[in-house]
Design a binder for this molecule. Structure first.
Ligand SMILES: Cc1cc2nc3c(=O)[nH]c(=O)nc-3n(C[C@H](O)[C@H](O)[C@H](O)COP(=O)(O)O)c2cc1C
Length: 317
């Protein structure tokens, strides 16, 4: 398959593994890139020097294109960007912030920039800011999420209408059929988080992965709406958040309840009771922990089978 996304990033398949705190280090990113997709290292949970180490290891593990995801609310953002530039990273996916802030500087240093949004209004702002591609992420997604709760099904066609630059769909995609649906709605590639978080190469703890592959529909929910809406598994920590929100807790009280290091505790250290457990709705469809290469192969095979089935089906009328 070749389209604007495969050409933009120099990859075989328009399949991207999203940057994910505590999951997507060099092992996962290089495995996805070696399989023909685009692997992203998630800088969001890394100290600057840890990120440098992951970039260097990724360069050693693959000669294919890979990128780095940088949530822009990162406190050491200047240092992070300096490391990305000095290490010669060629692709950056920014998120959680204003795309105007870093796009030009990154592009001036030969970097291709994509930015993640959850509305067509912000997709248009990305286009105006000159980004090379937009990731539109629906509310099914794991991790931080849009306040408006727009689903991928509704979001992608609207973003498609709003912008002309390359469009990547994210949120609730974990199969080749899901990818095909996103492409039918106007996307030119997909970014998957949850599916790749639940692979051998993901650095999430075994406890977290085992819990996630046993989740059922309805076991995740958009929570922490007063701080930054985040899709979480309903565990004890979520119950505490809910109780506090029901009592009308202030932003400061919610911040104190969240504390520091909650997602590390949950995802990386496997504290399934007190940790913040971020994963997407599509986890309820996932029941195995294959290698990242197998995931890419399966997605491509499912996509091809489904498109052939559709093409050989008679029109409705
Ligand atoms: C555990 C986890 C951590 C995530 N961390 C980040 C992050 O640090 N930065 C970011 O831009 N997106 C983050 N995301 C979102 C993913 O990059 C991706 O866009 C999203 O997972 C896509 O939806 P899906 O989970 O339905 O596949 C995270 C998602 C998960 C599941």
């Amino acid at each position: 398959m070749s389209n604007r996304i495969t050409s933009l990033f120099g990859i075989k398949y328009p399949i991207i593994s999203g940057g994910m705190v505590w999951c997507s280090g060099w092992k996962l990113a290089s495995a996805v890139s070696n399989a023909g997709g685009l692997g992203l290292i998630g800088a969001g949970s890394m100290h600057p020097e840890t990120l440098r180490e992951h970039i260097q290891k990724c360069k050693a593990a693959t000669n294919k294109p890979f990128g780095v995801n940088v949530p822009l609310m990162y406190p050491e953002i200047e240092t992070i960007m300096d490391i990305i530039i000095s290490e010669g990273v060629k692709i950056v996916f920014t998120s959680a912030g204003n795309p105007k802030l870093w796009t030009k500087k990154l592009q001036d240093n030969g970097i291709t920039v994509a930015h993640v949004v959850s509305s067509s209004k912000f997709a248009l702002k990305c286009q105006e800011a000159g980004v090379d591609a937009v990731v539109a992420e629906g509310f099914e997604a794991g991790g931080h999420n849009g306040k408006e709760e727009t689903t991928t099904m509704v979001l992608i066609p609207q973003v498609r209408k709003a912008i002309t630059i390359p469009l990547i769909a994210a949120g609730g995609i974990g199969t080749g059929e899901g990818m095909l649906a996103a492409m039918a709605l106007g996307a030119e590639g997909v970014q998957m988080g949850t599916r790749f978080a639940l692979t051998q190469e993901s650095s999430a703890s075994q406890e977290f992965k085992d819990l996630c592959i046993n989740l059922k529909e309805g076991d995740t929910i958009l929570s922490l709406k007063k701080l930054s809406p985040t899709r979480l598994i309903k565990n004890e920590f979520y119950n505490e958040v809910q109780a506090a929100e029901d009592k009308g807790a202030s932003v400061e009280e919610m911040r104190a309840l969240l504390g520091r290091g909650r997602s590390k505790k949950g995802i990386f250290e496997g504290d399934l009771v007190n940790g913040e457990l971020e994963i997407g709705q599509i986890s309820s469809l996932i029941d195995s922990l294959p290698s990242a290469e197998k995931v890419v192969e399966e997605i491509v095979a499912e996509y091809n089978i489904r498109i052939e089935n559709i093409l050989s089906t008679k029109p409705l009328f």
